[in-house]
Design a protein around this ligand. Sequence first.
Ligand code: GTP
Ligand code: MG
Length: 297
Amino acid sequence: MSTSVTASGVCAIVGRPNVGKSTLLNAIIGEKVAITTRIPQTTRHAIRGILTREDVQIVFVDTPGVHKPKTLLGSRLNDIAQASLSGVDVAVLVVDGAKGIGTGDAFMAELVSGLGVPIIGVLNKVDRIGKDAQLPAIAALADLADFDEIVPVSARRGEQVEVLTDLIAARMPEGPALYPVEMVTDSEEAQRISEIVREKAMVVMREEVPHSIAVTVEEMGPGRSENVTAIFASIYVERDSQKGMVIGRQGAVLAQIGTDARPELEALLGTKVYLDLRVKISKEWQRDPKKLDKLGY
Ligand SMILES: Nc1nc2c(ncn2[C@@H]2O[C@H](COP(=O)(O)OP(=O)(O)OP(=O)(O)O)[C@@H](O)[C@H]2O)c(=O)[nH]1
Ligand SMILES: [Mg+2]
């Protein structure tokens, strides 16, 4: 890519769980760098997505949704989101237009207002609301903070995403590229792999099970045949009963997770993938500091 980057900076994407922050990040970058699900508290790390254009490089930081924590994991997620705000050049506050604006959004707005940087409000999921419902929603959002701009978008459909990106780009300070121009994320390969498996596992499970799932890559390397990567990964759950659910009758659920994950893993690695998934129990890991550390949270 030939670029002459003269402006660069960091833009945090914050908001309540499930408003579409990670979907928005992926739409901006044009590649899946963060996993997304219908389940709140999907994102568990600060995920950086790097956008390099002709003259500007923007490092977007997707953050865990801020919420009232019920577990130690929950409060760590909130801490990650808050810590991601320090040193940013622009903050993007995302709200869910379909769900309406609430006290959680107001709390976030107050948080970003204290940063002293331009704030851009994003009314997301406008594909789910009528045009006439947009204006009152924008007005309700506008009440929350002193926004530089408010942009209605559909992250899922990619609508208005470029308009938003241009507004952010225009607010980047002068400076050289912060990352190599071909880089789209600084996430380690093993982390991207475990995240893809976690997404597929979360999506097939019901009720509280998705929140109990954590995935680690134990080992990976060249497979037995040419152009194959062998990946050995563990899916952690919190209880015996959950282990059975993730495995399923005759291993059907686990097989489904593998089938769902493999195409994305193959696209990521550019090789065929042999995927070995094991289900393990780490009792109540969401509440245990040592276990959280071990799982990388
Ligand atoms: N209809 C519609 N759905 C959307 C849009 N953007 C995101 N979603 C859906 O909203 C759900 C949550 O999306 P995520 O991107 O995972 O939300 P998030 O804010 O990153 O959530 P956490 O990581 O849990 O904080 C998913 O089912 C998305 O497909 C949108 O523009 N329109
Ligand atoms: Mg997310």
